[in-house]
Design a protein around this ligand. Sequence first.
Ligand SMILES: [Zn+2]
Ligand SMILES: [Zn+2]
Length: 388
Amino acid sequence: MSTLRSYTLNSCQFINESSKLRSAVTGQPEGMDRFPVNVTEAVCLGASLTISGLCYYLYKKSRTTVHKLDDAPHFTIDGKLKDILKVTPGACLEYAVIEGAVEPVGEPLMSHFQKEIVGVLQKFMLREHRLVWNSLSRSWTDSERVMHQRVNAVPFVLVGSDETTVKVLCPLQASGQHMEITHEKFHQVNYGLGDIVGQYLSGEKLKGQLETEEMLKVGTALTGVGELILDTDGTLCLRPPSNGSQYFLSSADFDTLRGEQESTAVCWKALAIASAVVGAAVLFWVGRRYYYRLKVRWEQEQERREFERLQDETPRTRTSVMGLDASQNGVEENVENACVICLYRPRNCILLDCGHVCCCHSCYQALPHRRCPICRQQISRVVPLYHV
Ligand SMILES: [Zn+2]
Ligand SMILES: [Zn+2]
């Protein structure tokens, strides 16, 4: 008798412990339905929202640049430009477009490689190209490193139709394609057998060095977009805008420059939309799983109610399914008749179609699959068990 009682007590403890263990393993508070987002989904969602936000910001920025370019007045470089600036308040046009040919103020720069080429800006670069073994994609990927870079500049002006000139200030701060490649040479590396073995061991292959020289040549027709001012000494100057607008120097004409900005804006917009769609898809996926989980719960609840209804409807005696607070005989009978899963509650349901009577209704509902724990046959229906 005392052994029986302690056995029952231990089973109770076991159930308590196991539910604590389950909540500890899943990190889920007992009886609470947490929104089911796993780490990968949370990372995907966070990343797509961040990328989408960033792309939207860049899209807005390029869109603003396009609007500013549309609003900027165009001027031809001639004698009238000085008169216009003289009557402008502060002798300054905040954002204007001018076009003219590049002329150096003093001595021009000479190309290191082709002596006949002269320019006003010169950029020399030495880049090292390597192949690096990528263990993730299991392939060699190209990697580039700038080993040396030198920029030379001399003061220059843009010359218009008559001999009027506009001095270009801070040309290195300008964006837009205005340099031309004047020299490009790839110095290949030759290897011995030992080097090749070393490369495969280290996972890095040196391909060679690329030597380039870019120049803004004298005589290039340049489109400049920036702040136009008339200096106190009477020189016209183009400089980076003080209102935060983008400064442009481009060898293409204005329409091409505007078109490039517009396509950049379109690209950012497409990227923003694409990453927002990815985010929405992840949210939809999580929502769908949450919906199915709720649905399964709801169906279980319905099934439980139906089971209880069937139990209540039948006017039969059910001494052995009353639980543990039965008489001494009842307890003995219960333990003999205990559910094979919890070993605690009495078996009270018949699994159909196999007909096995092996578990209590709570354990039946907790089964991971609707299969009989004894014979693995699919469970199509469950009916209450009655003892008469
Ligand atoms: Zn059970
Ligand atoms: Zn069965």
